[in-house]
Structure formats: C-alpha cells, structure tokens
Write a protein that binds this ligand. Sequence first.
Ligand SMILES: [Zn+2]
Ligand SMILES: [Zn+2]
Length: 145
Amino acid sequence: MSEHQLKEAIDTLKKTGVRITPQRHAILEYLIQSMSHPTADDIYKSLESKFPNMSVATVYNNLRVFKEVGLVKELTYGDASSRFDFVTTDHYHIICEKCEKIVDFHYPGLDEVEQLAAHVTGFEVGTHRMEIYGVCPECQNRQNH
Ligand SMILES: [Zn+2]
Ligand SMILES: [Zn+2]
C-alpha cells in the first residue's frame, strides 16, 4: 500500500518536472510511512543520520516543493510549528490538547455541509476545514495513573 503511494508520488513529481533527489525520496517515504503529521524538525531528526549534509531548511524547502505539486498539506495551528500531512483522501483531524498528536479520521457525510452552505448562501464553495480537539487515549491513561 505505502509502496504504491510512494510510486505514485514519485510519478507525480516526475510529471511536474521536479527532480527526485535521494533526500526528496527519503522525505516522501518518511511522510507516507510515519502516518503521523510530522513537523519539518521531526523529519530532519529522523533522517539526519542518513543525510549528514541536510539541514532543517532543506527539509522545509523540499516540503514546500511537495506542497506546490499537491502531495502534502501544510497544517498550521496557532503559533506551533507547521505539521505536514501526506495527501491521500480527504480526511479530518482530531488533535490532542495535551501532547498535540494529530490523528486522521474520515467522515464523508460532511460533504453535504458544503452543498447546504452553497445552497443557503449562494457561494461557490471551495473547501471546508474542521478540527476536533480532545485528549488522546495515551494521555487519558497518563492522567489516570
Ligand atoms: Zn495526547
Ligand atoms: Zn491527516
């Protein structure tokens, strides 16, 4: 599954004329496999042993490139540093208020809200954004001990 996603992502880069460097390959692989929503710093830390010449800025620039071709989404939450999400299907995020972990969930039913909003307001709807906040199971456990 993730092999397939990686191959498709690389095809997308090729089609848009983006050069596939070993670093870009590794960053993509990390994004797809981690299933988390890493910051540029998280990615840097996990790859720095493999690419000693790489800096956080390099990681960030590569993420920008991926963002421009639509492979990743940048998630900004207040003043915390941006998280990056490999774009698969539309999904929503639930965010832990204690540890700031972000977990994906799907709820296609909300597409109807766009139709309703368009109908009620006469807007041409582009997209919507929704986030749920709470305390993740791990943090709940920590609280109870
Ligand atoms: Zn948590
Ligand atoms: Zn996500």
